[in-house]
Structures are given as structure tokens and as C-alpha cells.
Write a protein that binds this ligand. Sequence first.
Ligand code: PLP
Length: 451
Amino acid sequence: MPLNHLPTAELQALDAAHHLHPFTDGDALNAKGARIITGAKGVFLTDSEGQEILDGMAGLWCVNIGYGRRELAEAAARQMQELPFYNTFFQTSHVPAIELAARLAELCPGDLNHAFFNGSGSDSNDTNLRMVRHYWAAKGKPGKTVVISRWNGYHGSTMGGGSLGGMKGIHKQGGLPIPDITHINQPDWWSEGGDMTPEDFGLMRAQELEAKILDLGEDRVAAFIAEPVQGAGGVIVPPATYWPEIQRICDRYEILLIADEVITGFGRTGKWFGSQTMGIRPDIMTLAKGLSSGYIPIGASMVSDEVARTINSADEFAHGYTYSGHPVAAAVALENLRILDEEGIVERAGSEIAPYLAEAWESLGDHPMVGETRIAGLMGSLAMTPDRERRAKFAAKEGTVGLICRERCFANNLVMRHVGDRMIISPPLVISHGEIDLLAERARRALDETF
Ligand code: PLP
């Protein structure tokens, strides 16, 4: 029986009794009870107490077209009636998977013309990890197995995705990282750049990749994976010198470049893909989240002609998921892409929304406790600091101030995330100018109440 009619306290008690939440301190949550979200429209969520909350995070960086689009529900219903499931293993295919693969080939830059479908961002990166090793083995270089990634990068929380990521809290649990994955430092100038100029720092951090390759031997390195703009690590927009140097190094040493576009894909940085914003030419791109605007789970590994040719001509790639290319998920993703394209949402996000959001966001930089604001398209962060000049950190345990500020945002009916003592936004791409004003007003109030 649906439980919508139950009072909030009863829902919270059932939640505490039976539901284990991801990335959550269970006892702490259960002591106060989860906020129960019951509906959503546009950029606003509604909770079980009838409060309207501005979702500054587009769910988890994913509801790019905003909430409440009937067309996606109708696409799912149509597909469920026509063909609710069939697999793409064992010599069969179906129209939604074919159509989505072809559409993604049109949208993705360069010759990323081939889609391997997955169920999420994490398992897309697991696919990538196995695929790059299979690729090099097929090319007669089975020794190229090491994948290099970055500390504080995020690539999911499965054994593969969590190992590729450089989150120490994740590595601490469950035996990660798995072998043959190694990390270099991130290009976070504000936090780690010291007296260097951002340009020199970006170059130095990129050159760590070259040093790592030379240290390991280029015949050992399969790929480098990174997010064009780090999201979960704190919206880290690299200095302009960073990506050109990374591209040069990958080209020079024949290292596959994997752009993890789970957040930066589908308009988040103001262009269809973060690789276009950063001017890079990946061999593989990880997609999820905005691919369906989060309405249904789906992920994809988009690979170049050369990678696809090699995989196709090698022994069978013994990898895949029951739900690879799920027809209902593919139909929803196709409808989402149609809306993003035909309604000019990506174009407008880049030309109209991003500049307005940047101005509103940067205006928070005059708050006495804000050290730095940064923004790339529609993903932004601000660092809270006790001393802007020295780019200092708070004496309290890292993240304490961020947690308080996040709570103050929530109390003011605004969802912002915190990463350490940095506040993050990533609103739906359809946010209006008036809603951006509201977001900035609530964020300022939360900052005032934090200090
Ligand atoms: N890669 C990046 C860049 C992400 O931000 C995320 C999730 O936030 C993932 C991978 C993992 O995706 P999922 O949570 O769908 O497994």
C-alpha cells in the first residue's frame, strides 16, 4: 500500500528501521530523521511537510532538464508496453539501444562514435577499466595495464570506480584501490598552489602525469582518467595551462585519455560536453546522470573508432550487464536528449544562464568568510575561509563549517552540497534568472547564519 498518507515522523521511523542510506552516517541521520522528499517540479522539490525547496544541486548533478517533464514518463510507459526488456547480449539488439547509440555518436565530439551501455557512472568506469586493458592486450601490449588518475577525483564507488577515484575516505574501506591504479595530484590552485601563478601551477600538476609515466615506463600505462572539471572533489576548474599539457602528454606516450563526463556532460559546463569546454580529444568518455537527466538509471562508455575497431576485432570482450542498453532507459534518454536539443536548453545554458549565474555566484565573494568563488558553466563552488589573503583553512575539523552551512541552506529551503569547507551548486540547466536571484539570496542568508 502506498505510504504517502503517513505523517512525516512515521515515514522517518520506517526509513530509520529499514533503509540503509548511501554515503551517510546512519545513526546520526536516524537520530534526527531524514527529510522526506515527496515531489518536484522545475527546480523545486516539495517535502512531506509541504515546504518548497530550491534544488541547487539538480538532485545529484543530474536533473539537467528540471523535474516534472511528462514526456519522459510517457516515453517510459510507451516503451514498457512495447518491449519492457530485452538484452543486447547473444546476437540481439533493439531499436531504442540502436537509436540512442546513433544519437550519441552524433552528439559526442570527434570520432567517439560507439556506445557501450552501462547502468550508472560507477559501472561505466568499471567498463572503461576493463576495456582499456583488453584494448592494449588486443594490440599486442598486454603489459599496458596501469591506469593513472588523480587524488580527490571521483569516478564512482564500485571496486573499480572507487579505486580510480582518489577519495581517501573511500579507499579506507573495503580493500581499495585494486592493483594497477595509481594517482597524481589534482590541479587545485586555490588550495594547493602556494605562491605559484595558476598557470605555472597548472603546468606543474599536468607534468606530474609525464613524470609518473616515465617512472612506471610507458609500456606499462594504459590510460589516464580525469573529470574535465572535478565535481565531487569541490568543483575544481583547472588553470588554462592544465588540459593542453595533459593532452600533449597522452598523445606523446600513447596513453588513452578517458574523460569522465558523468557530471560535465549534457550541458553542465555550458557546452554539450566538458571536453569541448576544455578543448580536449578523449579516446573514451564516461556518461551517466544528465544522459537521462536522472529520470532513470543509465550510463555509457563512448569510445573512438580506433578503440571500437580494436575491441571488435579482438577475442570476445567478456563484460556487460543485464541492463546494458535497457530499452526503457534508452527510450527515456532519447526523449531527454530530444528535449535538451529541440528546446535549446544546452545552448541557452551556455549563452544566457551561465553568465547570469556566474555574476550572482561571484557576488557572494564579498562575504567576509568567502575566500574564492569559482564557476564553470552551471557548476560552481565557494571556499569558506577565516583569512582570504592567506587562503587559510578553519581550525575546526575540515568540513565542520561546510556541514553547518549546508544545514543552514537546508533550513532556508535551498539544497547546496558541501565538500569540506566548500559549498557547491549545480542547478538544473532550466533555472531562470529569478530563481538564480533566489538561490543567491538564500545562499547569502545561510552564510550569514553560519558565522
Ligand atoms: N564519475 C563522476 C565524475 C561522478 O561525479 C560520479 C557520481 O557522482 C560517478 C562517476 C559515479 O556515478 P554513479 O553514482 O552513477 O555510479
